[in-house]
Design a protein around this ligand. Structure first.
Ligand code: AMP
Length: 176
């Protein structure tokens, strides 16, 4: 376990106003990822409590979730499973669509990525409206996986995204 605190992570996150469009304050996590101590500390804070929890796989959401889930998988000694944007996975998939502010998006998972009953940690960088993570939760439900926890580096609490997680336990390191 490292000595990195949530406060250290919060201090490193860069707030970029009006990106990618006016009115959005983008949470830039690249300063956390680029710092060996902070990156390792963030992974510790997300996964160390699950060391003896019998996790079978770490599932990451396209694209920044891959960074966290891959590192978590290595740390916990599990496999890594990607939830990808539609059209990227080459084998048979389950798909789930969800609404964006303008239009719709679809995410997919390989049907054989996990066994029914697999105990998984689902990880992404940031919980905003929750549409993306809720779609990932639906995909895991289709497979019959058990979501032990959904971990986020950041939660934008004022958007109430956690209400869409269907009761799955949520661990957000930093809440705004
Ligand atoms: P949502 O489906 O609204 O919960 O959006 C979640 C995804 O959009 C996350 O995986 C983030 O990568 C990205 N995202 C949404 N809002 C922000 C923000 N303010 N700063 C950085 N990334 C964001």
């Amino acid at each position: 376990m490292s000595d990195v605190t949530v406060g250290d992570l919060e201090a490193a996150i860069r707030n970029v106003p009006d990106f990618p469009q006016p009115g959005i304050q983008f949470k830039d996590i690249t300063p956390v990822l680029g710092d060996a101590r902070l990156f390792a500390g963030a992974i510790d804070l997300l996964v160390d409590k699950h060391k003896d929890a019998g996790i079978d796989a770490c599932v990451g959401i396209d694209a920044r979730g891959f960074i966290f889930a891959a590192a978590a998988a290595k740390q916990l000694g599990t496999g890594f499973v990607p939830v990808r944007k539609k059209g990227k996975l080459p084998w048979k998939t389950h798909e789930e669509s969800y609404s964006l502010e303008y239009g719709e998006a679809t995410v997919a998972i390989h049907q054989d990525a996990l066994q029914p009953g697999a105990r998984v940690l689902l990880l992404d960088d940031l919980l905003a409206t929750g549409g993306t993570a809720a779609a990932a939760v639906s995909l895991l439900k289709k497979i019959g996986a058990e979501i032990v926890e959904i971990g986020f580096l950041i939660e934008l609490g004022f958007l109430n995204g956690r209400e869409k997680m269907n009761g799955a336990p949520i661990n957000s390191l930093i809440t705004y």
